[in-house]
Design a protein around this ligand. Structure first.
Ligand SMILES: Nc1ncnc2c1ncn2[C@@H]1O[C@H](COP(=O)(O)OP(=O)(O)OP(=O)(O)O)[C@@H](O)[C@H]1O
Length: 600
């Protein structure tokens, strides 16, 4: 990242001499436009490309910047340059207000967010048009003095555009390489999992939105004086966000430099065909390029180039060999002083959870003691996964209280529960699809209880990859793993958070007998390192081999609890399982009540 930053600043310094080369104003204007679109596309990408929240409201923030500058410069005689920070600030404030509303509502994601931001554009346009801000005819800036920071006015606009583009690209680069950026990319792939792994999703989305809007407002402020006559009809159009989106998508949204590539290509292509007839050819050609890229290079030009480069390097990508000893010694350190063995670490009292009429949990009382492996058993649909979901904060409880390490966690956002030392796996693995295996494991090390910086988190991730036997797959994407490896990736991610309590949700389902033995051995090793484990499982031989205690769920209630062998003999428990087997008409595996010990 440091190299890219130096490169960018050097390029900026070199480009800053252009106004003194005395080029015809025409060229400065073209360069102005290229930089203008680079800044706009990059600012859009900061939220939408990184986090996946596609905004169609970029015209609104750009327009707010334009009108802020136009109003301050023409009505209040504020010097033009002083209006620019105000343009950024007002746009950021508006974006923050919109974000507070949009991001608080869980349902406002994907296309709903796009529609909301588009609607906001029209609301802003209507307000501006029907108030003295514009009043109808538009605002003329003809009388506003262009600051003399270059020998000519066109040179001044070029320099301003260069400064704003540089600011946007440097911001995009810094965010890309930061903890903040990692969190945004995780939100892009699976927001709920990111939150459960400790990413403060609301704060991150709001921060990215505010930054994106501030930069768009700044671009708008400069552009107001460049076009010198501001009207709502020209500013608040759907064309602006569409152009910006196409530029970012063409270049590649997952890389900070993608919008530079896309904006430069499209602006120059359109400019190459500026004559009346050739303009149509230019637009047609641009459309064609976009269609080809979207169809054959969904990751954009830069994304595709990097993929190709990565594939060439793939064979030589470094796979770290972590010595077995260091792995064996890598006990998950507690986030805070652990309670003594046997003390209650997690307590649920009267927990209810309902989903639109379905009562998944009905007054569950349950305790998990420090250092034990507690099995949660029960027929399908009895509420085991729901219990993990409410304990980890994935869902809010409908009623009741859950305490973790003496603190109430029901009602607390999931990322704060993760910071407190809880980690979980998902029954169906939910890796971050666009992050490598290594990045997937490093993420909880950064955002979980350990809260490590990026470099230390990667070190930690290598250890857990070695621990789970995934070291050789570190640079693969999750889609390249088989089910067994994806399950172990879930393990590695949960362990990298250095949890005090680990919730394993059917980690053995779908594995072959030998893979199950391997997993059982792994869980034993985890427990031997002092972790407390809640283990939801149907594979009874693994339950019998591993669990100190079991709790049986039936229809959302706790039916029985105690040592596995005693509990599994209880008539009510047998009846609950038999009932389900008979309902399902199944003759085989009466819910796996065969307590044959695992081989491991
Ligand atoms: N998000 C949801 N929306 C609606 N209903 C849900 C949701 N999650 C769970 N349920 C319902 O809650 C009940 C309990 O489901 P849960 O997944 O907790 O059971 P389970 O014991 O884990 O089952 P299995 O062993 O099959 O995974 C079921 O009736 C299920 O359909």
């Amino acid at each position: 990242m440091k190299r890219a930053l130096v490169l960018l600043l050097t390029a900026g310094a070199v480009l800053a001499v252009v106004p003194w080369l005395r080029l015809p104003a025409f060229y400065e204007s073209i360069l102005y436009l290229v930089l203008h679109w680079i800044a706009l596309a990059t600012s859009w990408n900061l939220l939408s490309g990184y986090s996946g929240y596609f905004s169609f409201g970029h015209g609104a923030f750009f327009g707010i910047g334009m009108y802020t500058t136009a109003t301050l410069a023409t009505r209040f005689d504020v010097p033009f340059l002083w209006t620019l920070p105000a343009a950024a600030l007002v746009a950021a404030l508006f974006g923050t207000l919109l974000g507070v509303v949009a991001f608080r509502v869980q349902a406002v994601r994907a296309e709903l967010f796009s529609l909301l931001t588009l609607a906001a554009t029209f609301v802003v346009a209507t307000i501006i048009l029907n108030t003295p801000i514009d009043g109808g005819p538009g605002v003329s800036m003809a009388g506003v003095l262009v600051p003399a920071i270059a020998p000519t006015a066109s040179g001044t606009f070029y320099l301003l555009s260069l400064a704003v583009a540089l600011l946007a690209v440097v911001a995009a680069l810094l965010v890309h390489g930061s903890r903040f950026g990692t969190g945004l990319f995780a939100i892009h792939d699976d927001e709920n999992v990111a939150e459960v792994m400790g990413v403060p999703t609301f704060r991150y989305k709001l921060g990215a939105f505010a930054l994106s809007c501030a930069l768009a407002g700044l671009v708008g402020g400069v552009h107001a004086l460049f076009i010198s006559y501001v009207t709502t009809g020209d500013v608040f159009t759907i064309a602006l966000p569409l152009t910006v989106i196409l530029m970012a998508v063409l270049g590649g949204t997952r890389h900070w430099a993608g919008p530079i590539v896309g904006a430069t290509a499209i602006t120059l292509l359109l400019y190459a065909f500026t004559g009346s007839e050739s303009a149509i050819i230019g637009k047609g050609l641009t459309g064609l390029v976009l269609i080809v890229v979207i169809l054959f290079m969904p990751e954009g030009l830069l994304g595709q180039a990097l993929k190709w480069w990565g594939a060439r390097r793939g064979a030589s990508a470094v796979v770290r060999e972590v010595p077995a000893k260091s792995v064996a010694d890598a006990a998950p350190p507690a986030a805070s002083p652990a309670p003594r063995s046997g003390e209650i670490l997690l307590r649920a009292q009267g927990v209810h959870k309902s989903f639109k009429g379905v009562q998944a949990l009905r007054g569950v009382d349950l305790e998990v003691r420090q250092g034990e492996i507690l099995g949660l058993l029960g027929p399908n649909g009895s509420g085991k996964s729901t219990f993990i979901n409410v304990a980890s904060g994935h869902y809010a409880v409908t009623a009741g209280v859950i305490e973790f390490a003496g603190r109430r966690i029901s009602g607390v956002p999931a990322h704060r529960i993760a910071h407190g030392g809880m980690a979980r796996t998902y029954q169906i693995p939910r890796p971050f699809a666009h992050l490598t295996v290594l990045q997937n494991v490093a993420l909880p090390a950064m955002f979980g209880a350990a809260s490590l910086d990026r470099r230390a988190a990667e070190e930690e991730a290598w250890e857990w990859l070695a621990f789970t036997g995934l070291g050789a797959r570190a640079h693969a994407l999750p889609a390249e793993l088989n089910l067994h490896q994806r399950k172990f990736l879930e393990f590695a991610r949960a362990l990298a958070a250095r949890p005090r309590i680990l919730m394993l949700d059917e980690v053995l389902s779908g594995l072959t007998p030998s893979e199950i033995d391997e997993a059982v051995a792994l869980i034993r090793r985890i427990r031997d390192q002092g972790a407390t484990i809640v283990f939801v499982e149907h594979v009874m031989r693994a339950v019998m081999a591993l669990c100190d205690r079991v709790v049986i769920f039936d229809r959302g209630e706790v039916l029985a609890e105690g040592p596995p062998h005693d509990v599994m003999q209880q008539p009510a428990v047998v009846a609950a399982y038999l009932g389900q087997a008979m309902e399902a008409g199944a003759s085989s595996n009466v819910a796996g009540l065969d307590p044959e010990p695992a081989h491991a």
